[in-house]
Design a protein around this ligand. Structure first.
Ligand code: MG
Length: 384
């Protein structure tokens, strides 16, 4: 029985992780979960999986949760914690051997580092951990098994290989809902258009990131730190069918690709069972005849400048990626609030990178400071 804890259990990856656990109750036990907004779902999850610890970020939400369970004796053994302390406890203190970092945003960085320090395996889904803190986290020497479909694909392609044999990594991108559109067509695009992703069911933040191609940019930065490979040896190719989840080209010019239906439960389960593979219960087989033609295109960095900006931040090093990520988080939120337009996102990220100055060999405090600075800078720029 493998004991796991999940930070961000009510989000898209958190829910699908619990789906995997539900289909494999003989293999996994959930010891701790955390959530914030969706108290109703967190309550249902607590009742079903009976973790020892539940963390709720906001005090107010935690009070509401406590009210729901206080008169029910079946919840008697469940401890409730709040704030960052609660998240850290779910990640680091419960007796799990693996933590799924499914929470979205910079809030995931510190709990992930705490878990690594306690020697836990990380099933990594929180992008910001590697985007903002990649250099530090890779120095900690953690065992990280990526959950994101692209990094899981590369991780699988590299299984049993040596990094010296690798020529380059090829990350595939679906191209998002606006693939093939021109800049002019996208000037007036709405959030509803941007939220309509063709292939993947995901949260709102990452769906907008897919529409701007920032999602792929963040994944390039993650790949750099996860696999220890320079930016110029990471390519991005648009593959609209999302059947090939990424590839590795080796020195001998052999290319290995990992394929499957676009179903996040596949990489989640792989991270949980690694190095073994178990029956994918309820997951559909890939039918290549049904999938038909697989096509590939060059990403359009003129229409989608965010991808280029992410490469730039990665090459600049230091805390530039942290600043890019923070600026993007604020801008996506404002786009979702109908406060700014689609192209304001790359515009203000570019400004942020221009104005940012990075510490040399940044520590965790420098990263958090860069994050705070970039958020304030962007808010000032867009006057909110
Ligand atoms: Mg992905």
């Amino acid at each position: 029985m493998k004991k796991i804890s999940i930070i961000g259990s009510t989000g898209s990856i958190g829910r699908q992780s619990l789906d995997v656990v539900r289909s494999n109750t003989d293999k996994f036990k959930v010891t701790a979960i955390s959530g914030n907004e969706n108290i109703e779902l967190l309550y249902e999850q607590t009742r079903e999986f009976m973790p020892e610890l539940v963390a709720i970020y906001s005090e107010k939400q935690a009070l509401e949760f406590k009210k729901k369970i206080e008169n029910d004796s079946s919840f008697k053994g469940v401890e409730i914690m709040t704030g960052l302390e609660g998240l850290n406890a779910v990640a680091a203190d419960s007796d799990s051997s693996m933590v799924i970092t499914a929470v979205v945003g910079m809030i995931g960085l510190v709990p992930t580092i705490e878990a690594i320090k306690k020697g836990k395996d990380i099933a990594l889904s929180n992008k910001e951990t590697m985007v903002a803190g990649g250099e530090i986290v890779s120095r900690l020497g953690a065992r990280i098994i990526p959950v994101d479909s692209e990094h899981s694909a590369i991780f699988q392609c590299l299984n049993g290989e040596e990094m010296e044999s690798v020529e380059k990594l090829i990350l595939t991108a679906s191209g998002g809902p606006f693939r093939g559109r021109t800049r002019k067509e996208l000037l007036k695009v709405s959030k509803a258009d941007a939220l309509r992703h063709p292939n993947w069911e995901m949260g709102r933040k990452i769906t907008i990131d897919s529409a701007t191609l920032m999602n792929k940019g963040l994944e390039v930065i993650e790949a750099r730190w996860l696999f220890g490979i320079d930016a110029d040896r990471i390519d991005v190719i648009v593959h609209p069918q999302s059947i090939i989840h990424s590839m590795v080209e080796f020195k001998d010019k052999s290319v290995i690709a990992q394929m499957g239906n676009p179903d996040m439960r596949i990489p989640i389960q792989y991270a949980l069972t690694y190095p073994q593979r178990k029956e994918g219960k309820g997951i559909e087989s890939l039918d290549l005849l049904k999938a038909g033609r697989l096509t590939f295109e060059k990403p359009d960095c003129e229409t989608f400048p965010c991808l280029k900006l992410a490469y730039e931040a990665l090459r600049l090093g230091g805390t530039y990626a942290a600043a890019l990520n923070a600026a993007n988080e604020v801008l996506v939120e404002q786009f979702l609030n109908d406060m700014i337009g689609f192209y304001d996102i790359p515009h203000y990220i570019e400004k942020t990178l221009e104005r940012h100055s990075s510490a040399k060999e940044p520590g965790i405090e420098d990263i958090l400071a860069a994050d705070t600075w970039a958020r304030e800078f962007v808010k000032q720029q867009i006057a909110i």
